[in-house]
Structures are given as C-alpha cells and as structure tokens.
Design a protein around this ligand. Structure first.
Ligand SMILES: Nc1ncnc2c1ncn2[C@@H]1O[C@H](COP(=O)(O)OP(=O)(O)OP(=O)(O)O)[C@@H](O)[C@H]1O
Ligand SMILES: [Mg+2]
Length: 269
C-alpha cells in the first residue's frame, strides 16, 4: 500500500509531466472590466491535468475558482493564454464537458425522467435507446420509483443526483463540478461523495471538483490545487497518494488537511 504524500511546488507539480496532458492551462490570465477598469482575476495560471485524474481546486471565496471552470467549459472565451483539451484550443462551449453547479438547476416543470432526457435531447439515437439510457441512469443514482417526480418533490440530495445524472448521460470526457454538495447536510454530502467516487472509478472521467471543504478535497482527489487570491494563482499543488476509499481519521490525511488549511489561511494573518 502506497501512502507516500508529496507536498509539491507548483513549478514541479507532478512527476507525470512528461506525458501528454488531457487538459492544459498555459499562462492563463483573466481580467474583468469593473467601472471601465480591468481588474485582474486570474494571473499566469498553468496546470496540466491528465486523463482520468481527479483534481480538486480549493481557495478562498472570490479567488477565481468558478472563473477557471467557466473558461475550461468554454462558457467564457475572453482570456489571455491558452487552454487546451486534447491539445486543441477551446473555441466554443464544449459538448464533452459536463458541468454541475452548487444549485441543481433542474427545470421545475419537468419531472426526473424529462430533466435527465435533456442531456441527450439532440443525440442521434433511437427512442428505445434513449429510454434505456435514462432508465439506467436513474438506477445508477438510486432514484427508481421517482421517475415521474418533479424537482419540488425531491430532497436537495435527490435533486443534485438528478443533475449529476443529467450531466453524465451525455457521456462527457470531462466532468466539472462547482461546489456541488455545498448546500447538502453532512450525511447526504458523504453519500454524494461516495457516489462521485464510484462514478469516477467506474467511468474514469477526468474530474475537476471545486470545493471550500478541505476535508472533501483530500478525501476525493488525486491532487489538490490550492489557489491564492488577488489575483488568483496557484499557491501549491498537493498530491495525495493514499488509496481510496480514504479513512477520514487517517493521520496522514489529517496532516494533509492541516497543511492545506495553513496554506489557505496564512495570508489572512
Ligand atoms: N462578470 C463579472 N464581472 C466582474 N467581476 C466578476 C465577474 N464575475 C466574477 N467576477 C469577480 O471575479 C472574482 C472571482 O470570481 P469567482 O466567481 O471565480 O470566484 P470563486 O473563487 O468561485 O468564489 P466563490 O468561492 O465565492 O464561489 C470575484 O472577485 C468576482 O467579484
Ligand atoms: Mg465560485
């Protein structure tokens, strides 16, 4: 069992750098115009992400985490530098990137089945296959019996599972999650984390997960990217070479948690 922990510098972040990255941010800068003045939000962000990796991004509120996710999903194309997926620049919103936000964003007038179907509405597949895939995805999130339920009839965790199913039914190459479990109670959150790990292990989708919760980051990720604010840039990258599922009271996990927490808060003092 390998329990080595690397505290890596962003400049020497990973010993797999020699391989071709699946996603690559190269010298990415992003500014917003506020009262006609450009305000720098992201400064010289460089990161290589490898296929099948689970990356967590942590950082204080406003440091640019969601901005980075929007850039990667192609939802915002105004930036300097380069962002590549499979060595190609991003020019538009990508169909192979699925995004899950903190709030479930389900359509209230559509039931569970219909909300999930939206993910494959324009796919060129037969009605029968569509129906099968929807049914399979409902089984995979454990919501059999709730096919006809509307979002207001679901709990927060159930609704978030539907939104994850709607994203995954598109069979994305990259799964982007922006604090998806932030609004859930501790127990539901734990269940959802296990579900996400199961999906990641099974589907091997490259996953980028934003969270405020350091424990969540170290429990789930292969690497944790620590951002520092004003402007947002990488403070440090921490590799977590602990096997999954991870025991939350594992001393090394706690040591990592403490280390990341220190990094996140030291500039506040
Ligand atoms: N459209 C916009 N115009 C101007 N400034 C913006 C815009 N969108 C975001 N910002 C600013 O960019 C910064 C980064 O925002 P972003 O949403 O990426 O932060 P975040 O790290 O995701 O924060 P949180 O953890 O609170 O979600 C913030 O200071 C925010 O005020
Ligand atoms: Mg955000």
């Amino acid at each position: 069992m390998n329990t080595t922990i690397h505290f890596n510098d962003s400049k020497h972040c990973c010993n797999t750098d020699i391989n071709t990255p699946f996603v690559e941010f190269q010298h990415v800068h992003k500014s917003y115009l506020v009262h006609q003045q450009p305000i720098k939000i992201i400064e010289d962000f460089n990161l290589k992400i490898f296929e099948g990796e689970f990356i967590a991004i942590v950082g204080s509120s406003g440091c640019g985490k969601s901005t980075l996710l929007r850039l990667l999903a192609g939802l915002d194309q105004e930036f300097e530098g380069q962002i590549q997926i499979e060595s190609k620049n991003i020019h538009q919103v990508r169909n192979d990137c699925a995004v899950v936000f903190q709030e479930h964003r389900l359509f209230p007038w559509l039931n569970v089945e219909q909300n999930i179907e939206l993910g494959i509405l324009n796919k060129n597949i037969s009605k029968v296959e569509k129906k099968q895939r929807i049914q399979q995805s409902i089984i995979s999130i454990g919501l059999q019996g709730f096919e006809k339920a509307y979002p207001h009839q679901l709990s927060g965790g159930m609704a978030q599972r539907v939104s994850i199913a709607r994203s995954l039914i598109t069979q994305p190459k990259i799964f982007l999650l922006d604090e998806p479990f932030g609004a859930l109670d501790a127990l539901t959150r734990h269940q959802m984390q296990q579900e996400l790990l199961r999906i990641h292990t099974q589907e091997k989708i490259t996953t980028i997960f934003i969270t405020h919760d350091v424990e969540e980051a170290v429990s789930l990720a292969d690497r944790v990217i620590i951002l520092k604010p004003h402007p947002g840039c990488i403070e440090q990258i921490v590799s977590i070479d602990l096997p999954r599922p991870r025991n939350r009271i594992h001393p090394e996990l706690n040591q990592l948690k403490e280390h990341i927490f220190q990094k996140l808060t030291h500039h506040l003092n």
